[in-house]
Ligand binder design. Structure first.
Ligand code: AVI
Length: 324
């Protein structure tokens, strides 16, 4: 067994600070259609709510992706090959990548990237003890911005980015292309991307997934206002806003909004922001693809779709993309 560095600090810390949070919130709330950056949904509490959403009966994504992974993991590991460097952007609690790691052939290093520093360090420590031969190099960063990656001690045969959960759904088309281009350049020639991509389906299924009966998605959405109150000393009245999620068929996306249920004002950084009754703050998009659309997006970003695995209902896909 190799010696490991067990003092767990993030290898790199690029967590966005208070000032950029404030600036981005102010910019978003001053737009004609008010909006807030989706990434800020995931503070400690938001991340915990999201984990609970993933367990909901109505939220098919996590379960369906897991069933695809379980059915085809050996073939995936075979395609990925031995002695790889694995990178995961937005790794959360790393539960999914652990399943993959268990089947990979002698992976040399893992770079988990996440905005939530406490969770990242906790998870990195766990991975250290579960995979003593793997070098774990956590990076605390907003992965939608550019940041430097640490260089592992051992050379790898290939870089593989794992991007599960259809997080790509939360990027608008142009940022999605830019993000995939960035991944393609990280992977370099001979590299690969294993990605979960949610597919178009019955509208009732989509409606229920984002309007769950336990109200967890509503709590997840409203938590963003609570976070802004707490961290930016703002005064959103939480009972003045309601969760609203619907499928927009023209744009092939589920949209999440917070709708003001009365005329009201909010104070932030010495400024007053007005809301009319019925006015919304747009907080998230979740795009749904068909296989051709995603293949075109991947190709535009420099990837070739090598292999697609689907569930029986064809609700979700896991795709293996290689750089061209
Ligand atoms: C992380 N992402 C893929 C989720 C989704 O389904 O778009 C985020 C989410 N928002 C509400 N529920 C789940």
């Amino acid at each position: 067994m190799r010696d490991k560095d067990t003092s767990r600090k993030p290898s790199y810390d690029f967590k966005p600070g208070h000032d950029s949070f404030l600036a981005e919130v102010l910019i978003g709330l001053r737009k004609p259609q008010k909006e807030l950056p989706t990434k800020y949904l995931y503070d400690e509490h938001g991340s915990r709510l999201f984990e609970r959403i993933c367990e909901l009966r109505e939220y098919y994504i996590t379960r369906t992706e897991a069933s695809i992974m379980q059915a085809h993991i050996e073939e995936m590991a075979e395609l990925i090959g031995p002695r790889v460097l694995v990178i995961e952007h937005g790794c959360g609690n790393c539960q999914k990548v652990r399943f993959l790691m268990d089947y990979l052939h002698d992976p040399v290093a893992f770079i988990p990237v996440d905005i939530s520093q406490e969770q990242l360090l906790r998870v990195a420590r766990e991975l250290d003890s579960v995979y003593p031969r793997l070098q774990v190099l956590p990076v605390c960063a907003d992965y939608t911005s550019s940041f430097e990656l640490p260089v592992p001690k051992q050379e790898s045969k290939r870089t593989v980015v794992y991007f599960p959960g259809s997080t790509i759904s939360n990027f608008d088309p142009i940022p999605a292309k830019h993000f995939l281009e960035h991944i393609a350049s990280l992977c370099g020639s001979g590299g690969a991307l294993l990605i979960g991509v949610d597919l178009k389906k019955d509208l009732a299924v989509l409606h229920d997934a984002y309007n769950d009966s336990e109200g967890l998605t509503a709590a997840f959405n409203l938590n963003l206002l609570q976070r802004i109150n707490r961290e930016l000393d703002c005064d959103f009245q939480l009972d003045g806003f309601e969760h609203y999620a619907f499928y927009n068929p023209r744009e092939s996306r589920v949209e999440l909004h917070l709708v003001s249920n009365r005329d009201q004002v909010v104070h932030l950084d010495g400024k007053t922001i007005s809301f009319a009754k019925g006015e919304s703050i747009w907080t998230e998009n979740s795009y749904k693809y068909n296989l051709d659309e995603f293949q075109q997006l991947a190709a535009a970003a420099g990837f070739r779709v090598e292999r697609v695995w689907l569930d029986e209902r064809q609700w979700f896909s896991v795709q293996y993309l290689t750089t061209r």
